[in-house]
Design a protein around this ligand. Structure first.
Ligand code: COI
Length: 355
């Protein structure tokens, strides 16, 4: 089989070299910065993945009839590599991303790498790009594993071959306002996900349908949109790129994952950390009224980390929440970031040190 990929080593290396020299590590945002290497592993027609390879960062060639282009047969993951204070590098719960990708692949009828293949590939990619992992406290190296139907098909059928690809990118804060609290708009007209749909998977096609409502909200000055459930239109589900939590007294609550909400790995970790801190953590239906009545609201995700929400607007009514020093979300953030960067004890064994 002809390879899906071509690379242009000399040109791309020169390009990343120039970019590297100009990096301003003190002011990282959320833009795409190409790093030195990508990782590529292609399955056989029988769906077997064997050895993958590292290639210089560059464009990929793809058959116009590939099922990912025609039928959206694709998944992505988001992970981060963190620089420790001692200069080492660690990952956070990478096997969870591997398992989530396998679950998505099952639904989309695609072959997926084993957990071991996935984690080894992530380690190799980060080590090959290790100079791009920002200094401790300045950001992290975002890791984007993709799995897609790269084989050509004409009928509505899964591709005979799939491709697993990883690229990385040094990143700072996800939202434009940096670490400033987010201002969310509750979106009523367009739901993000539907019962029995793919909202609970990192399916590539979950994201572009919400571009327009998110763009409109941003044009009005909001940071992002908070979606409601598609049936009753009264329970909050998630933001376009992250999960949501509310805090009331000693209790943190987040919408339960019944198929329309992404089972976030940061989300899951926060629930465990909150219990370690003596808080009560609930997964349940969260009506809009509970959000408006909360002491604090925050978002969670790999890209956003834990981001405090300063206000939520619903039916033109803006409600503000506590943010900053002394808040529950700040405590959870400090604990999570401490574990991710190796500054705090990792009693759950979540960190995977790679160098
Ligand atoms: C992540 O948090 O890694 C995500 O995948 C969200 C993405 C849409 C930025």
């Amino acid at each position: 089989m002809e390879s899906t990929f071509s690379s242009k080593p000399s040109h791309m290396n020169r390009e990343t070299e120039e970019i590297y020299e100009k990096m301003d590590w003190n002011n990282l945002g959320f833009g795409l910065t190409p790093t030195d290497y990508i990782y590529v592993m292609e399955s056989t027609n029988g769906g077997i993945f064997s050895e993958g390879t590292l290639k210089p960062y560059g464009n990929i060639d793809i058959n116009p009839a590939a099922s990912v282009l025609n039928y959206g047969q694709g998944l992505f993951e988001g992970m981060k590599a963190y620089r420790r204070e001692d200069g080492g590098i660690q990952l956070f719960r990478p096997e969870e991303n591997a398992l989530r990708m396998q679950k998505g692949a099952e639904r989309l009828l695609m072959a997926a790498p084993s957990v071991e293949q996935f984690v080894n590939a992530v380690k190799q990619t980060v080590l090959a790009n290790k100079r791009w992992v920002p200094p401790c406290g300045k950001g992290s190296l975002y890791i984007r594993p993709l799995l897609f139907g790269s084989g050509a098909v004409m009928g509505i059928n899964p591709a005979p071959e799939s491709t697993f690809l990883i690229f990385t990118c040094p990143l700072g804060n996800f939202y434009k306002g940096g670490s400033a609290p987010m201002n969310l708009l509750i979106e009523e007209s367009v739901p993000r996900a539907f019962p029995e749909g793919t909202g609970g998977l990192k399916n590539i096609s979950n994201y572009s349908p919400v571009f327009s409502v998110a763009k409109e909200a941003k044009a009005k000055g909001f940071s992002d949109v908070l979606f409601l459930d598609a049936v009753d239109h009264k329970y909050v589900e998630e933001v376009s790129s992250c999960n949501i939590f509310i805090v009331k007294g000693n209790v943190i609550s987040t919408p339960e994952t019944l198929g329309t909400i992404l089972p976030g790995i940061t989300r899951k970790s926060i629930i465990e950390i909150a219990r370690d801190l003596g808080l009560q953590a609930e997964e349940r239906k969260v009506p809009v009224e509970d959000v408006l009545d909360a002491d604090e609201v925050f978002c969670s995700g790999t890209a956003v980390g834990i981001s405090p929400v300063g206000s939520v607007t619903y039916h033109d009514k803006r409600v503000e929440f506590k943010t900053g020093e002394g808040t529950v979300s700040q405590k959870l953030f400090d604990m999570l970031r401490g574990i991710q960067t190796g500054a705090l004890e990792d009693k759950h064994g979540w960190a995977v040190r790679i160098c």
